[in-house]
Design a binder for this molecule. Structure first.
Ligand code: SF4
Length: 441
């Protein structure tokens, strides 16, 4: 175990086991088990370790990592030892994401797992100084592809040939193309981009790369990605090859170890034998028969998990807030509950809402349709921006709940039959929203 230093405790570093991050409720450790499939015993062991060495709070992040909260400097090595004893090996090195059903999804274009493993080994062997938060996506497509996941470097399997598209700085639609690579050139091609990043310095990200210059080096014709390159949300019921899978997500991404353990035991009684961490804070459950799905969903709801694609809270991203982070200016969980209560019917998946304890915006670095952000002056309202953007209006935190209720009432009354929330927001003047937020009408 690496000794802690002030540097490893700094905010913004990747809070791995060897470099946990200080938060308002102690140290936070983020980990991704190297094995893509976890057993019920694995999850029960994780729940026990979270309870024993932390404060019991467990989070699943937007990228499908686990976070254990409330640890102390002395308890982190004990957590590491406990993981090792349970046979749970955390991934190390650069984060390389693959679809959660890689290798078992018959609809995938290619299995991303061996490509990701080879790339991970090549990066480790190169010993390059890379940005701690560098993200690489290797997307073989399929039912739960990572088309919407932003990455510094992407490899996307192309449907019309045994080739992969290499691109930088974006999701599948927005990343800038660099090359189309045959299977035997994937790793060399990706490593050329990784080396180009390293040459720019240890903080360089995909957005800093000159994609055109890289493309010229490869000399291949870059193919556009089909406009229908969409990814489905992993929440709810999915079927692959006659098998039913259920995606469940702890409300707002956080659950206490006791409830996770109760969920695992309840789902095991319904036949569950395998759990896979997935994007959008989801846990995919395998082994449920068609007859057991209703009981499994009831178990999930009982333990505070969402399990349907229509769960309104899934459109709301929140960080730990005042309950778990010293930087937070207000209770993000209470605000999220108020949003769901006042405007749950508007959260149809067409818009996202971000509730951030401070302008750092940990839970949703990208723009959101609506952001409520804690600042020294109160809770700011940002429309179509990031938590770090200047708010259009700011209220004392104590006035937030009625403001949310006013906005919910206004928008619900204005909504036309069948209208999406996106359209409703687009045709509502920002000045109207600001004025209602401030209680001026
Ligand atoms: S965004 Fe939330 S979790 Fe991140 S530092 Fe700010 S208050 Fe803490």
């Amino acid at each position: 175990m690496t000794a802690f230093t002030p540097d490893t405790l700094r905010r913004g570093a990747c809070p791995s086991l060897s470099a946990p991050m200080q938060t308002g409720d102690g140290l936070l450790v983020r980990l991704r088990p190297a094995a893509p499939a976890l057993t019920g015993e694995d999850l029960l062991a994780l729940a026990g370790l979270a309870r024993e060495h932390g404060n019991g709070l467990i989070e699943i992040t937007a990228r499908g990592n686990l976070q254990l909260r409330g640890l102390m400097e002395a308890s982190v090595p004990r957590l590491a030892a406990g993981l090792s004893a349970a046979g749970i090996v955390p991934q190390t090195g650069v984060a390389i994401e693959i679809p959660p059903l890689s290798g078992i999804d018959p609809s995938e274009t290619a299995d991303a797992t061996p490509v990701a493993n080879d790339l991970r080994k090549a990066i480790a062997a190169a010993s390059l100084a890379l940005a701690p938060k560098l993200a690489i996506v290797v997307d073989g497509g399929g039912m739960l592809s990572l088309a919407d996941m932003v990455a510094d470097i992407r490899l996307d399997a192309l449907a019309d040939g045994p080739a992969w598209r290499l691109s930088v700085g974006g999701d599948r639609r927005t990343a800038r193309p660099v090359a189309v690579l045959a299977a035997d050139r994937i790793i060399d091609g990706a490593m050329a981009v990784v080396s180009a990043l390293a040459a720019l310095g240890p903080a360089a990200r995909g957005r800093d790369l000159d994609a055109a210059a890289l493309a010229a080096r490869f000399g291949t014709v870059s193919q556009p990605v089909a406009e229908d390159a969409v990814s489905h949300h992993p929440l709810g019921i999915h079927r692959i090859f006659g098998e039913s899978l259920l995606g469940v997500a702890p409300a707002y991404g956080q659950v206490h170890a006791d409830r996770l353990a109760a969920l695992v035991k309840g789902l095991a009684a319904c036949g569950a034998f395998e759990f896979r961490l997935a994007p959008h804070r989801t846990l995919l459950v395998r082994g449920l028969s068609e007859d057991a799905l209703v009981a499994a969903q009831a178990c999930a709801v009982r333990e505070g998990f969402w399990c349907t694609q229509t769960a309104p809270g899934r459109a709301v991203s929140i960080c730990a807030g005042a309950a778990g982070c010293a930087s937070a200016r207000f209770d993000t969980h209470a605000a999220a509950d108020a949003v769901v209560a006042a405007a749950g019917g508007l959260l149809d998946g067409s818009i996202d809402v971000h509730i951030s304890g401070c302008p750092k915006g940990c839970a949703h670095p990208a723009r959101a349709a609506v952001t409520l952000c804690g600042t020294a002056a109160g809770v700011g309202l940002v429309l179509g921006g990031r938590a770090s953007d200047a708010p259009a209006a700011t209220l004392p935190a104590g006035d937030l709940k009625p403001a949310i209720q006013r906005l919910g009432t206004l928008l619900s009354a204005r909504r036309m039959e069948g209208e999406t929330a996106r359209n409703l927001l687009d045709r509502t003047a920002p000045a109207t929203l600001v004025s209602v937020y401030q209680g001026q009408q």
